[in-house]
Write a protein that binds this ligand. Structure first.
Ligand SMILES: NC(=O)c1ccc[n+]([C@@H]2O[C@H](COP(=O)([O-])OP(=O)(O)OC[C@H]3O[C@@H](n4cnc5c(N)ncnc54)[C@H](O)[C@@H]3O)[C@@H](O)[C@H]2O)c1
Ligand SMILES: [Zn+2]
Ligand SMILES: [Zn+2]
Length: 360
């Protein structure tokens, strides 16, 4: 099968032929229908996140089940599915607490670096997030797969697996935004737009979208932003003014410690700073400690939306089919696998919210 391979940080991806092993007893083999270009893959391309190489990136995908292992229940050949990196065991203490997305005993293959299902000339090729979705097929643990209603278009469904899950979940399950509150979203890319949308669904009274790119601000209004502010110089003061004294929640959805600190500074007393953006590995967040206690600010993070994805993704699909979830404007363009490098250039240039690779 064809896959986009990254051989070293800061190199272009190359389209190569690889072999795929599986499914084993607890795995599902999926023909990928569509795969979104999320910024998290780019953190590996840029070297912000370390990795073993070669690797097949991609973690936001939909597809059709080709085959299931002997122990797999509830999925069969031909089912339409979305995958998610939140693979879980069901028995560790986090899973017992209902926090599958934080599972500490992910049931992946033993020594996955060596035993990756993706091989080339007999040698392992790493599978990003235990998925490796920039490929024609994937082999994924059963717990990383959820079935979709057949009416859900597969090209649109791909973005449910990360951007939508992460964005909406960080609002509803992560920060637990209360109706009537004032929310600021710093960074309105594919994930941030879904934070905006999540805040709208949660009944926020004011949703202030901040981005350096005016086109993203216009898009944020489509997703429910009530106010827009062009980022950069003076953004803290401008948000405090727009919110009449500070926001209840600030979501940082870029991955910059300086912006996280600005988010902290624009909160009102008892406000919450939610960290969604991924920083480079050594980054640290620094805030004035006295303000933290004097204002009783909360600083929290959210990983893949802090939600059990198998429960919420079918709900999101149904909300979309009912016309209550905005997904179409998120997909800036549909591309082929061979255009992946150009797609990432466009993401970094701010020209796209999401490019989605559509496979035949
Ligand atoms: N926490 C999680 O589980 C999780 C999941 C998915 C993605 N992420 C991370 O979330 C972040 C956003 O992902 P994405 O796919 O939406 O990226 P993206 O590239 O589509 O969007 C980033 C947006 O931030 C804007 N921006 C950049 N610098 C800014 C600044 N200083 N002020 C305001 N806006 C600024 C850009 O113009 C762009 O619109 C990435 O770091 C990604 O890795 C985290
Ligand atoms: Zn992602
Ligand atoms: Zn677990």
């Amino acid at each position: 099968m064809k896959a986009a391979i990254l051989r070293a940080a800061r190199e272009p991806l190359s389209i190569e032929t690889v072999e795929l092993d599986g499914p084993r007893a607890d795995e599902v083999r999926i023909r990928v229908a569509a795969s979104g270009l999320c910024h998290s893959d780019y953190h590996v391309i840029s070297g912000d996140l370390g990795s073993d190489f070669p690797i097949v990136l991609g973690h936001e995908a939909s597809g059709v089940v080709e085959a299931v292992g002997s122990d797999v229940r509830g999925l069969t050949h031909g089912d339409h599915v979305v995958t998610c990196t939140s693979i879980f065991c069901g028995h560790c203490s986090e899973c017992q607490d209902g926090l599958n997305h934080l599972c500490s005993d992910k049931p992946v293959r033993a020594q996955p670096q060596l035993n990756s299902p993706i091989r080339q000339n007999g040698l392992p090729v790493q599978q990003f997030c235990n998925l490796g979705a920039f490929a024609e097929e994937m082999v994924v643990h059963r717990s990383g797969v959820v079935k979709l209603p057949k009416a859900m278009p597969l090209d649109v469904a791909a973005v449910l697996g990360c951007a939508v899950l992460t964005g909406i979940g960080s609002v509803t399950a992560g920060a637990e935004v209360k109706p009537g509150s004032k929310v600021v979203v710093l960074g309105c890319g594919g994930v941030g737009l879904n934070v905006v949308q999540g805040a709208r669904l949660a009944g926020a009274a004011q949703i202030v979208a901040v981005d350096l790119n005016p086109a993203k601000l216009a898009l944020a209004q489509v997703f429910g932003a009530t106010d827009t502010i062009l980022g950069g110089e003076g953004v803290v003061e401008r948000v405090i003014e727009a919110t009449g004294g500070g926001a209840d929640y600030a979501f940082e959805v870029v991955g910059l410690p300086a912006l996280q600190r600005q988010g902290f500074m624009m909160l009102r007393k008892r406000g919450t700073l939610m960290i969604v953006g991924i920083t480079e590995m050594s980054a640290e967040l620094s805030v004035p400690a006295l303000m933290l206690l004097g204002r009783e600010i909360r600083i929290i993070g959210s990983n893949m939306g802090s939600v059990p994805f198998q429960r919420v993704i079918p709900t999101y699909a149904q909300l979309y089919l009912d016309g209550r979830l905005t997904l179409d404007p998120l997909i800036s363009q549909r591309i082929v696998l061979e255009d992946i490098n150009r797609g990432y250039e466009q993401l970094i240039a701010g020209e796209t919210a999401r490019s989605v690779i559509v496979f035949n």
